[in-house]
Design a protein around this ligand. Sequence first.
Ligand code: NAP
Ligand code: G4F
Length: 326
Amino acid sequence: MSGTALITGITGQDGAYLAQLLLEQGYQVHGMMRRSSTETLGRLAGFQDDITIHQGDLLDQLSLVRLLEEVKPTELYNLAAQSFVPTSWSQPILTGETTGLGVTRVLEAIRQVDPSIRMYQASSSEMFGKVQQTPQTETTPFYPRSPYGVAKVYGYWITVNYRESYDLFASNGILFNHESPLRGLEFVTRKITDGVARIKLGVQDKLLLGNLEAKRDWGFAGDFVRAMWLMLQTDEPGDYVVATGEQHSVREFCEIAFGTVDLNLEDYVGIDPRFYRPAEVETLLGDPSKARHELGWEPQVTFEQLVTMMVEEDIKRVEREIKLGS
Ligand code: NAP
Ligand code: G4F
């Protein structure tokens, strides 16, 4: 018998992939979204009617308590966050309130309403920041490099603390970067694939980026949400690194993306210092051995397949936009 799942951050990239996976597993899926004056459910197109959407906000404790009382979830996936690293320097307090303290609000709501709810916390490889060892594992010390990373470290430890203090089933997924055609346009991978599509179709001339030498361990979001679900099906809660174990630079991502449409990045990519960060995470590489052995998790989509999939989907979307505009 599958249960009832509540996803905070249902309107985001991971919310959409996770909701689809849980529906396939037979769950009743509920999603929390914050009030907005514009439509934010676009990523749920095609299966939105199968999900029950509720309003709520990580900044509002009462809304979380009410939601848990109403939905009575067996599993809660806390994906909501201010998740864009550069914004965490321009809005550090909002980021701390949402991405950090928001986790305590969710844990407190669980404690108050039903301590048997299993909780997944969306922790991040950004916590490793200025990396203290390579590859990074569950025991690598954290050294965050942005207000976002600092807030995620708080969210990680408050999850561990509530597990140890109150015996909650609360697990952290330390997820490395994961991307898809549903990725927000401000993140570097999607900015590149959207730029490549626009340049190929003649509606953009240049693509301006920041640090091309930064290295990330990039995977496919559809693979990574499977690890989130597996973490809540174990006998005991725990913390897991989820990564591909393979690293590429932003430059390499660009080379493959432009290569997919027979263009050279040198002809189109420019550097704009506005996209450099006050403190950079230069390199991230995860060791997912624990997730492989204890969860049986393996990524299915390769780096090249991911880049190609994103470029192809952006080309289709930009073509549709051009048609609609003409
Ligand atoms: P995303 O696309 O930016 O989605 C974030 C979600 O949080 C959106 O649904 C957003 O709602 C919601 N949200 C923001 N502030 C909120 C608030 N105050 N109350 C309620 N909801 C709020 O992020 P993602 O890529 O899906 O990532 C999901 C989670 O995993 C995040 O916690 C992120 O930090 C973490 N993570 C992501 C990665 C990655 O590579 N993608 C890696 C490690 C960890 P709106 O639509 O209204 O903005
Ligand atoms: O795509 P990004 O903005 O992702 P970042 O900062 O690694 O954070 C993402 O992954 C984290 C997991 O490690 C998540 F926790 C977080 O929520 C988010 O999903 O930037 C990746 C790299 C950076 O080193 C950045 O300096 O790309 C470099 N970069 C170079 N030019 C750029 C650009 N990043 C962006 N966003 N835009 C550029 O023009």
